[in-house]
Structure formats: C-alpha cells, structure tokens
Design a protein. Structure first.
Length: 429
C-alpha cells in the first residue's frame, strides 16, 4: 500500500471511514435476534463463496454472482444484517482469489459494498417507504434499486482504478459497464427470485437456487476465457514473426500501444479500439512468408526482394482470414502500407478510401520504424521522428492523424513499459 498514489490513499481512507461509520450505525440500530444472526451467517457464507469465485474484467476489477445475493438480502432483512453479511463477504475471501488480494483490497471491497448497498437502500425507501412486497410493482422497484447499486459500485471501483494507474475513470467506467451489463442483466431477476424463494421456502430453497447462480458465473468465465484465448492466438502469431526478424522484436506490441493511444484520443468506441489493437499487433504478420535473409539484409534490397517485402500486407490478410474471430481486421492489415497520396501498396488507394484504422497504424508504424534500430541504420530520437512525421503528413500519412499523434504521444509515453493489460486488479464488484 505504501507504493500506491497519494490520491488513491486519500480516496481509500474516505471510502473506508464512511463505510465503517455507516456499518457501525446500522449494527447498533438493528434489533438483533437469533433468527437474524442465523440469516446473517447464511447470506455471509453465500457472499463469501461468490466473492471467492470472481471473473476478471478486461480493464480491471472483477464481477461475481454476489450481485444477486447482495440485492436479495437488501430487500429481505434490516440494513444492518445486509451490510454486515456483505462486509464479511468482501473481507473473508478464500482460495485463489483470497491469495491474490492483499488486505487493503479486501478492506476496500468490503467498504464499497457497504456504501453501494446503503445508497441503494435509501433509494428503495425513498421510492417506497412501505415494506417490500413480491409483486410486479416491487419487481420494478427492485430493478431501479439494482441499477443504482450497479452504478454506484462501478463508479467507486472505476475511480479507484483510475487513481491507482493514472487512467481516466470515465474510460474504465464505460469499459467495465460494457462487460458487466450482460452478467448484471442475467443476475437481477435471479436475485429477485432468490429473495422470493427464501421468503417462502427458507434456506433449503435458497441453496438450491444458488446452483444456477454458480452456473451463470461459469458461463461468464467461459466468455472471458474465450476472449483471453483470442489474445493468446494473436501473441503466438506475433512471436512466430519476431522469431524471424530480430531487428523488429517488440515492434508489433509498441505499434499496438501507440495506435490505441491515438484511438482513445479520437474517442473510438471500445469495440473498435479492441479491433484496432488486434490489427496493429498483427499488421506485419504477413512477413512470416518472407525469407529472414531478406528481412535482416543489411544492404540495399534487389527488386525481387523488395517485391517480396511488398507482398506481406496481402499475405497478412490471407493469414487472418483463416482465423474466424479476426475476420473483420483483414482489410485493415492489407491497407496499412497505403499512402495518403495514393502512391502506396498493395492497391494504391488514397485519402479516406484507406480505412481509418489502417491510417492510424501507418502513423504508429512509421514512428516506431524511425525511432528503433534496423539492420541498415540506427534509430532516430523522438523529436527527430516527430519532425519526419510532419514532413510526410499529407503525402505518406494522414495529416489529421499525424497531428493527433504529435499531441498525445510524448517521448515519456513511448518509454513506458506498463501495458493496459496490467490493469487487472483484485478490486471487485
């Protein structure tokens, strides 16, 4: 915790103290009985189990099936019971999830659970001060309360992640809500059903319903695992390429980071940014079909050798067509060597006829090629590369993209080694 940013420490302290005050107040003002204590232990057990089986999100944080448990507890019991059970769920995580979460993260999780649920409870009481009933009107109220909980929960986590890693909380918020909404939509009605069954059939019905909740979690885990397998396939292809061309080792990953920085500046959608990242990382995959003798040649290339090099965008498109999940980036890879004035290859298209993603990759690719050592020359400095980019803007490269690149990419940024994939933390919701 000592190495964390000061802003995060202040936010952590604020969240923790606020949650502690709210939790303590509600514990003291709850009329405890043996029945309530037993119910507390049951829901705490289910919450702890759920939190111990998390699914990691792409931009940091986790989701679990505990949504349904939290919200069903909220409408079944006094607030003191709910907050205590869910605070315990955040603190006492076991298994792999527990071993990966230091104490401060578990304290933060417990605290943000308390705050999110307390605010959702106040909204529920404001809309309907009377007791909760299991009818259609109550279901509508439940959906509103569940939405409030989700929004507050993601907001707290996104702000924390943004402070920890120097990222925009809004970008993390948008990304995480995109990935968590399908899981949330599946669990909201299950949570209402869970409360209904517990109200009518007690703990036995609750435990039986918990099984499909775990199945829902497993399905979401498979979805995320499939996405990670996509990334692994991309990485394997890049490694195969870079094993042939020692001078461009790391080039594809750097181009990917630079391209994403441009895309984020022009407010590309998250889906398009992800597609661009794939394309940028794979833009030179066609060089697998080019002899390493040509790739590493120190002298001037012969015409036949140059034609072999020029064939790699088309070859890359052909390779990508064979991978179903990458079908939509083949054209981007094919056109990343087109010139803005129409004198590029392989098709000689120009201007906005060139896909936007290809124009972005071209700028990032050119910058990295200028600033890194090659078999035939030494790399230039950042400032020298910027001068060169501006010189060829409008002829070789899209001038608008060059302008954006010069605005967002600094020499300090290009020196960083921390990638967005490292924003995988154990902060949950």
């Amino acid at each position: 915790m000592e190495s964390l940013p000061k802003k995060f420490k202040i936010f952590f302290t604020f969240v923790t103290i606020s949650a502690t005050i709210i939790l303590g107040w509600n514990i003291l003002h709850t009329d405890w009985s043996m029945a309530l204590i037993i119910q507390l232990l049951i829901f705490a057990f289910l919450g702890i189990t759920s939190e111990s089986l998390p699914v990691a999100l792409p931009k940091g944080g986790y989701v679990t099936v505990s949504y349904a448990i939290f919200l069903s507890s909220l409408i079944l019991f006094p607030l003191g019971v709910t907050l205590t059970a869910m605070a315990l769920a955040g603190l006492f995580v076991f298994g792999k999830a527990g071993s990966e979460q230091p104490l401060f993260k578990r304290v933060f999780n417990a605290s943000q659970f308390v705050l999110s649920l307390a605010i959702a409870y106040q909204v529920m009481k404001f809309i309907n001060p009377s007791s909760f009933r299991f009818d259609w009107l109550s279901l509508l109220l439940y959906l509103i309360v569940a939405s409030v909980f989700l929004i507050i929960n993601i907001t707290i986590v996104s702000v924390a992640l943004g402070m920890m890693f120097g990222k925009s909380p809004s970008a993390i918020w948008v990304s995480n809500i995109r990935w968590s909404v399908p899981n949330f939509m599946a669990l909201v009605p299950l949570g209402f059903l869970l409360a209904l069954i517990y109200n009518n059939y007690g703990p036995m019905g609750l435990l039986l319903l918990f099984i499909p909740l775990l199945i829902s979690r497993h399905a979401f885990q498979l979805y995320i695992d499939m996405r990670e397998n996509y990334l692994s396939t991309v990485e394997a292809l890049v490694q195969a390429l870079e094993a042939k061309d020692t001078y461009t080792s790391g080039h594809s990953a750097r181009v990917g980071k630079l391209a994403v920085a441009i895309a984020e500046e022009i407010k590309m959608s998250e889906e398009k940014i992800q597609s661009l990242k794939y394309a940028a990382v794979l833009h030179d995959v066609g060089k697998i079909g080019v002899s390493e003798l040509i790739l590493n040649k120190e002298g001037k290339l012969l015409d036949s050798e140059w034609e072999s090099i020029r064939s790699h965008p088309v070859m890359g498109q052909t390779i990508i067509k064979g991978i179903k999940f990458l079908f939509d980036i083949g054209d981007v890879v094919r056109h990343h060597h087109e010139r803005y004035d129409g004198k590029g290859y392989p098709d000689g298209i120009k201007g906005e006829e060139i896909p936007l993603e290809s124009r972005i990759i071209a700028v990032a690719d050119t910058y990295d090629a200028i600033t890194t050592d090659r078999s035939y020359r030494k790399g230039s400095t950042h400032d020298e590369a910027i001068v060169e980019l501006k010189r060829v803007a409008g002829s070789q490269l899209d001038p608008e993209i060059v302008g954006i690149f010069c605005k967002v990419v600094t020499s300090e940024m290009t020196a960083r080694t921390v990638s967005s994939d490292q924003l995988q933390t154990a902060l949950t919701y």
